[in-house]
Design a protein around this ligand. Structure first.
Ligand SMILES: Cc1cc2nc3c(=O)[nH]c(=O)nc-3n(C[C@H](O)[C@H](O)[C@H](O)COP(=O)(O)O)c2cc1C
Length: 372
């Protein structure tokens, strides 16, 4: 029997260059299956299978921009160079031929060593003030020349994405990496244009990157920006403590050219500012900017991402789908990103929609070992 709860999500979504057949996208998930930084055909097939399994869009794993030290593991795919871009173009064409949209997530880790592969060789890292977390050294402090170099590398990647026909780009501004190191007062101690006591001061680096990309790609190419409060180094960290701070953080980004905000929550049903209502981060991003939003976090699972790293498994559950539908119905967000459920089972959406949840492949650490 069809699960009619999901019917409202099976309507198209459009924002500038991005056209998605339904409201589900694959969440960006690093897989470390790209030797020498070149995406393989197995990864391209893995992405295509998610579209065949029912989602309308793929946001790719974080991809390195063309800057030494933009990533800290040599198996993260690069989004630059003839060979690297040709590999990504094959993935793009497979996804689009299957009827899906594809969005590269452009990544610079700043001062963070790779969480999963701390011993992987990589060029020296760079960060706003030489910190990866509160009092955790990471990367050398960036000069203004470095800032210009990083901006140029993001612009190159955005232009390549547009030229190759990717449907949009996403900037990874979440989880404690470069953009987030600028946002966070624990990692941004700068006294120049890119630092300062207010979140609006610390957002200026991201604003400059977005403005430069917008100028390069023109008005009609969709730019998504992913944000989170939590960081890999501190799950309870908060960039914005109030909706007013969120506004001072995100509105300048929207004014600079962000079209869609991706609010990364560990559990989508949690309230971003409990004393101000029950909206999640994506919902608040939409409220304060007026832009469409993507939600994410434990859809279809009983454990959040960080508990998983400890326990290594998460059982499928559909109990949160009522709540997802309730929030979607009131317009809290426009798209839903699915992470681990799709990593485990490319056909998760199809099976859930067709009432075949008993056939779902559960998520476990073993799922990380192959590109199923
Ligand atoms: C294996 C794995 C890799 C991830 N890599 C990325 C990444 O490259 N970029 C990113 O923004 N988030 C990354 N995430 C976070 C996911 O995009 C998502 O926000 C998180 O898994 C919560 O969604 P879920 O509960 O549906 O899995 C990763 C998550 C997992 C499980």
């Amino acid at each position: 029997m069809n699960n009619s709860l999901l019917d409202p999500f099976f309507t198209p979504f459009e924002c500038k260059s991005l056209k998605v057949a339904n409201r589900f996208t694959m969440a960006p998930m690093s897989r470390y299956f790209s030797p020498g930084g070149i995406l393989t055909e197995a990864s391209a097939d893995y992405y295509r299978r998610r579209i065949e399994g029912g989602v309308g869009c793929v946001i790719t794993e974080g991809v390195a921009v063309d800057r030494p030290g933009s990533v800290a593991a040599d198996t993260v795919p690069g989004f630059f160079g003839e060979e690297g871009l040709a590999a990504w173009d094959r993935a793009r064409s497979g996804v689009q031929a299957a009827g899906g949209a594809i969005i590269p997530q452009l990544w610079h880790v700043g001062g963070c060593e790779d969480f999963n592969y701390p011993d992987s060789p990589h060029p020296p890292l760079e960060s706003p003030s030489g910190f990866a977390g509160p009092e955790i050294p990471g990367g050398r402090e960036m000069t203004l020349k470095d800032v210009d170099g990083v901006i140029a590398s993001f612009v190159r990647a955005a232009l390549d994405a547009q030229r190759l026909g990717f449907d949009a780009i996403e900037l990874h501004g979440a989880h404690g990496y470069l953009f987030d190191q600028f946002f966070w007062d624990a990692t941004n101690l700068r006294s120049d244009r890119y630092g300062g006591p207010d979140i609006a001061d610390r957002a200026r680096f991201a604003v400059d990157v977005v403005s430069a990309i917008r100028q390069a790609v023109g008005p009609d190419y969709a730019i998504i920006f992913r944000v989170s409060q939590w960081k890999t180094y501190q799950y309870e960290a908060k960039i914005a403590r109030t909706p007013q701070e969120l506004e001072r953080w995100l509105v300048p980004l929207a004014d600079a050219g962000v079209d869609i905000f991706h609010g990364s929550d560990r559990r989508f049903w949690e309230h971003a500012f409990p004393e101000h209502g029950d909206y999640n981060l994506a919902g608040w991003a939409k409220k304060v900017t007026g832009k469409p939003a993507i939600t994410v976090g434990s859809v279809g699972l009983d454990r959040d991402l960080m508990q998983d790293f400890v326990s290594g498994e998460s059982a499928p559950t559909l109990k949160s789908l009522d709540e997802l539908a309730r929030r979607f119905d009131r317009g809290e967000f426009d798209l839903v990103a699915l992470g681990r459920v799709l990593l485990a089972d490319p056909n998760w959406l199809k099976k859930v929609r067709e009432g075949r949840s008993g056939e779902l492949r559960p998520y476990s650490k073993e799922c990380m070992e192959t590109l199923f």
